[in-house]
Structures are given as C-alpha cells and as structure tokens.
Write a protein that binds this ligand. Sequence first.
Ligand code: ATP
Ligand code: MG
Length: 171
Amino acid sequence: MGYLKQIDIENFKSWRGKHIIGPFMKFSCIIGTNGSGKSNVMDALSFAIGERAASLRVKHLRDLIHGANVGRPISDTARVAVRYCDDQERETVFCRIITGQFYSSAFKNKITELEKLSIMTKVQNCMVFQGTVELIALKDPKERTKMLECISQSREYAAEYNAKKAALLKA
Ligand code: ATP
Ligand code: MG
C-alpha cells in the first residue's frame, strides 16, 4: 500500500518560501486551530496529484501562490513535491509547479506510466478530507472498527488475535 513520507513546499498557499512537512508516519493525522493550514496541506497534496483549481478552493491555479489570496503573490512560482514510499521503502518523488501561467508535473524517478498512475491513485486513496472525518465519526461502531482495521492492515491479524484471546479466557 505504501505511505506518504514528506511534502516539500515552496510559496504554496500559506507557506512563504521553502518548507518541509513531515516526515509522516504510515498513519498521520493533521490537527490545528481554525485557519492554521490543515486543509492547505490537503490542497498541497491534491495539487501535486493534478487536481484542478475548483477542487482546490480557488478560481485559478495561480491563486495558490503565497499572497495571491490578497492580490499580492510573492512570486510567479509555487511548487509542491511529494515523497511517496512503497512497502519496500522505495521512494518516489513527484512534483507539480506553477510558473507564471503554466503548470507542469514531473516524476523524479524513471518509472512507467502505469506505475505513475498507480502511485497517484494510492496517494489519492491515502487522503481523508475534513467532511469525511464527520462521516467516519457518525458510522456505527462496528463499521468504524472494520474500516480502521482495514486502513491499519491489522484486520489480517484479527482471527489470530481472537483465537489467542479466546484461549486465554478459557485458561
Ligand atoms: P479550519 O479548521 O477552519 O478548516 P484550516 O486549518 O483547514 O482551518 P486552511 O483553510 O488550511 O485552515 O488555511 C486557511 C489559511 O490559509 C488562511 O489564514 C488563509 O489566509 C491562508 N491562505 C490561503 N490561501 C493563501 C495564499 N494564497 N497565500 C497566503 N495564505 C493563504
Ligand atoms: Mg480546513
């Protein structure tokens, strides 16, 4: 399944200059006060995987440049690079850049188009957005446990765990 290791950001939304977000764990949660930039982290990831402006809460992609929200973009360039690790800890870096009116995406590793698509899809599946958290909280407890077991991959140990627990209770 792999996981997101790190995001390298430059002049994107609330980040002025170069910043590193991470390294993340296999399961990471972003918390912070209102307006602190939690959704901007998700926007950065969404931007890197190629989302359009409408899904990124802006009219034009250039509005994502730091300061553009108040009509004073700090630069005509912004960049988001995402480091993704597969289960064998092999790192893939892909980035998307805004340069003036142009946008470009690139993978640093030499991989096939199919591998690229597979990584993008995995990254997309890794993200849980704000509204979804509410949906998760409202799920019935059994459904929620099942979902968390799937995400953490602990479900495959459930049978073994239950058998050991039953044996202990018997003893
Ligand atoms: P909430 O808990 O309310 O959902 P949040 O932590 O998700 O808040 P974000 O929406 O990620 O917050 O961040 C909002 C902040 O990002 C605001 O302070 C806004 O001014 C800033 N911001 C958004 N776009 C830009 C930009 N282009 N340049 C500079 N700052 C920006
Ligand atoms: Mg938010």
